[in-house]
Design a protein around this ligand. Structure first.
Ligand code: ZN
Ligand code: ZN
Length: 379
């Protein structure tokens, strides 16, 4: 009897998986493959990084090897398992005397793969300063320091890069407003704080972006994943985790750290791309390109096919000065998708330059940059 029920359950479970897989394929056949895509920019590799993740070695639910496998499925270049130093809720079941174990297990799992594992820890304090990640450190055990300033100095002595986590976290900021305190000003003045999360898990913060811009901090976006990436970021339906795109001279840990120190990042959060113009604009330029532009028959309406080379849906607001024959003034292009615009150029052109405001990009709170997409008109 027990066996029959078990068999029925297995069959039912198998059926559900097959149905889900079939539904995912039919509903989202236009979707890009799972691996996240963002093009390189002139002079730099665009590396996809998630520097804030948890496992059972702090308050996460999975073993470190699962984080490596998720990162490989998402096509990431680098991750860091940043276990809480001060919060160890599983320690009765999983004693954790060596705070470097999570990193070492991930490193072993990743050794045959093209994935960089960065050693890190989450300094977990009340606000202020709240939680901060120290990555590129040498020994997490030496970070077990009670004094709130001394722990930052130790991170820096180890060559660490330190960023402020979820400054908008409801548990520490009930109004959701990231707010700079005197303690943070002190850390910044002493060069003990290098970056700030503008996107964490399921949240984005305009206020954190403004703090980052005002204080010359590196803009960061992370998953802060505790359970499974697929569940929390709706991967089966086309979602993806927040990541930091680091513009790096090489694909090495040292080159990534150099890129972070020099603030060469853009944050990808859902469809939003968040960054300083210096790196955001070249990324946008590389992301949407003209595939073809041509007039047909006697028509003076130019058919321009645009392609989106990224994993973000692009939403473009028309500032060309032309009107379109088949669209209003808002044009969306799906991740990895193509869209043809019928542009009423009045007379025939030899080359075309289309100006758009990129509504899915922000270079400051409430500010969406413009871009010009240009190309030759063919036959
Ligand atoms: Zn935290
Ligand atoms: Zn965390």
């Amino acid at each position: 009897m027990a066996q029959t029920i078990t068999m029925q359950r297995i069959l039912l479970t198998a059926f559900c998986f097959v149905s889900l897989a079939a539904a995912a394929q039919s509903d989202h056949s236009h979707r890009m493959e799972r691996s996240l895509k963002f093009p390189d920019i002139p002079g730099y590799n665009t590396l996809k990084c998630d520097f804030h993740e948890h496992t059972v070695f702090s308050d996460g639910s999975v073993w470190p090897d699962i984080r490596v496998m998720e990162a490989l499925m998402d096509g990431l270049d680098a991750i860091s398992l940043t276990e809480h130093l001060e919060y160890q809720p599983h320690k009765q079941d999983i004693p954790h005397p060596d705070r470097n174990r999570s990193y070492e297990i991930a490193l072993q799992e990743a050794k045959d793969h093209d994935l960089i594992i960065v050693r890190g820890s989450e300094i977990t304090r009340k606000m202020p300063p709240g939680h901060c990640n120290a990555i590129f450190i040498q020994d997490a055990n030496k970070m077990l320091i009670t004094d709130s300033v001394a722990v930052f100095r130790e991170a820096k002595n180890q060559g660490g890069f330190v960023f402020w986590n979820h400054p908008n976290w409801i548990a520490q900021r009930p109004d959701g407003m990231a707010t700079l305190t005197d303690f943070h000003r002190f850390l910044i003045k002493e060069k003990l704080l290098d970056g700030i999360e503008v996107a964490n898990a399921e949240t984005y913060s305009d206020e954190a972006l403004q703090i980052g811009l005002d204080n010359n901090l590196t803009l960061m976006g992370t998953s802060d994943i505790h359970k499974l990436i697929d569940w929390d970021h709706d991967v089966p339906h086309g979602g993806h985790r927040p990541i930091t795109l680091v513009f790096s001279k090489q694909k090495t840990a040292d080159a990534i750290k150099e890129g972070l120190i020099n603030r060469r990042t853009v944050v990808s959060y859902k469809d939003l791309l968040i960054g300083r113009d210096e790196f955001l604009l070249p990324l946008l330029q590389a992301s949407v390109q003209i595939v073809s532009a041509k007039y047909e028959g006697k028509s003076n309406v130019l058919a321009v096919e645009l392609e989106n080379l990224t994993s973000a849906t692009f939403t473009l607001f028309n500032k060309t000065g032309y009107t379109f024959h088949d669209h209003g003034d808002v044009v969306t292009i799906a991740p990895g998708g193509k869209t043809t615009l019928m542009v009423k150029t009045i007379s025939r052109l030899e080359s075309v330059a289309l100006k758009f405001q990129v509504m899915n990009a922000v270079n400051a709170p409430h500010s969406h940059p413009d871009m010009v997409i240009s190309g030759k008109v063919g036959q």
